[in-house]
Each structure stands twice: as structure tokens, then as C-alpha cells.
Design a protein around this ligand. Structure first.
Ligand code: DX5
Ligand code: ZN
Length: 231
């Protein structure tokens, strides 16, 4: 299955919950992946932070490559790094299926970064932090495969949901083509997941509301039911 062929399947199955493995137990990655697969997840969200674009540092290509070895699930890689165009090929080689860059962080024309990601055979995503107006991503609705709306400032898990994301999702759902994947990331939990799905999010990235629970399957089922109610 080609990397880009995951995109249509994810869209068909939406809304979907993507665990943000930032909050997983890295001393037991294999066990964590097995538990998430048993819980029925359809893709993993991987948060790469550089200590420059965001104040936090997480992990880079070797950990993405390790997840690639542990699972066939699509890997949705969220690059919170300055000048991400420098590292696109390395994340492709590490096994990313979707690569998302911050519009605020690209050092060259964002459209050409997205094209480069597509040319390599990956899904191309673009994202913005809560304080950036949605107009900054509107030029990409027809060329990006995915637009990620941040509902917290990129950098840390466990922050409170910023409802500005809902207006942006609604605006994008109205103007974007049906195949455009809309994703929301940060502070999504039992209280906020329904509003995100209603606003048009296809992919709901969730960290603490899954990994703070002992039974991932039960947590994901409950979140999934809340997301479904609205559609
Ligand atoms: C934040 C990351 C998120 C984060 C989500 O910069 O992009 O993916 O891990 O975690 P929660 O669900 O805890 O907000
Ligand atoms: Zn993320």
C-alpha cells in the first residue's frame, strides 16, 4: 500500500482518534503500540519538537523509524521544528506517511515544501498555532492533503483546549474540498471531542486523555462514541 493511499481511507473512516504518542511510555514502545493496535486505532500521531520553534524537545528520526518497525499503522508526523524543509527527506526515509509542517516555521515558500512532501509519496500537511489566523492556511486548501488546526500552542501535551480552533475548522470545512483532511490537536478530551467532530475535524489527535487512562481501549471507545454522536 502506497503511503498516499492511506489518505482516502482515513477520510472515509473519519472521525478517527489518533493517539499522540508523546505521552506514551517510551521504555515500552512495543507494548504501547500493541495496546493501541488492540484498542483499534487506525494511525499514530508523532510529535517532533526541536527546542527552537517550540521550547520543548521530544524526539527525531530514530524514534519515528522505531515506530515504523513496530507497526504497519500510518504514521502521522507533526514537525514542530524551524525550517522543516531541511529534514523532510529524512523523515520520509524514517517511514512517515503524512508529514505536517508549521506554516510559521517554513524558511521557504510553504507551497513548495508541501509539493516536495507529495513528490516523495507522503501525505502533505500544514498547520498553524492558535494565535495565527486561518487565512494563513487558506491558500493551501486545494494543494495540502491535510490541514492541522492547533487547539493549544504547540510544544507540550496536557494543555487546555482553545476554542478558536472550532471556528477555524468550520471555516476550512466550508471552503476546502471534501477530500481535504482536517485535523485538530491539543486538549482534545471527553469534554471537547464532540465539538471538534461537529466543527468538521476528521482526525482527532489525543494524548493525555488516552495515556492517563489504564485501559486505552475503554478510553478510546468512550472518546469515539462522543465524537460519533454529532455526525
Ligand atoms: C502539542 C502536540 C500534541 C499533544 C497533544 O504540541 O502537538 O500532539 O501531544 O496532547 P494532549 O492531548 O495532552 O493535549
Ligand atoms: Zn501534534
Amino acid at each position: 500500500m502506497s503511503r498516499r493511499s492511506h489518505l482516502a481511507r482515513l477520510r472515509q473512516q473519519s472521525p478517527l482518534i489518533l493517539p499522540s504518542v508523546l505521552s506514551c511510555d517510551f521504555s515500552d514502545m512495543r507494548g504501547e503500540v500493541e495496546r493501541l493496535e488492540a484498542a483499534g486505532v487506525q494511525a499514530l500521531h508523532l510529535d517532533v519538537m526541536d527546542g527552537n520553534f517550540v521550547p520543548n524537545i521530544t524526539y527525531g528520526m530514530p524514534i519515528v523509524a522505531a515506530f515504523r518497525k513496530l507497526t504497519q499503522l500510518p504514521l502521522d508526523v507533526h514537525l514542530m521544528i524551524e525550517n522543516p524543509e531541511r529534514y523532510i527527506r529524512q523523515f520520509y526515509e524514517a517511514g512517515a506517511d503524512i508529514i505536517t509542517v508549521h506554516e510559521e516555521a517554513t524558511g521557504i515558500d510553504t507551497a513548495s515544501v508541501l509539493q516536495e512532501i507529495k513528490d516523495m509519496g507522503c501525505g502533505a500537511g500544514v498547520t498553524i498555532n492558535p494565535d495565527i489566523p486561518v487565512e494563513r492556511v487558506l491558500p493551501f486548501v486545494d494543494t495540502a492533503d491535510l490541514i492541522l488546526i492547533m487547539s493549544v500552542n504547540a510544544g507540550f501535551g496536557g494543555q487546555a483546549f482553545n476554542p478558536v480552533a472550532l471556528e477555524k475548522l468550520e471555516a476550512l470545512r466550508k471552503v476546502g474540498p471534501p477530500e481535504l483532511l482536517l485535523e485538530v490537536d491539543g486538549g482534545v478530551n471527553l469534554e471537547t471531542v464532540q465539538a471538534c467532530a461537529e466543527a468538521g475535524a476528521d482526525l482527532l489527535v489525543i494524548g493525555s486523555a488516552i495515556f492517563n487512562q489504564s485501559d486505552y481501549g475503554a478510553a478510546i471507545d468512550q472518546l469515539y462514541r462522543s465524537a460519533q454522536v454529532s455526525t
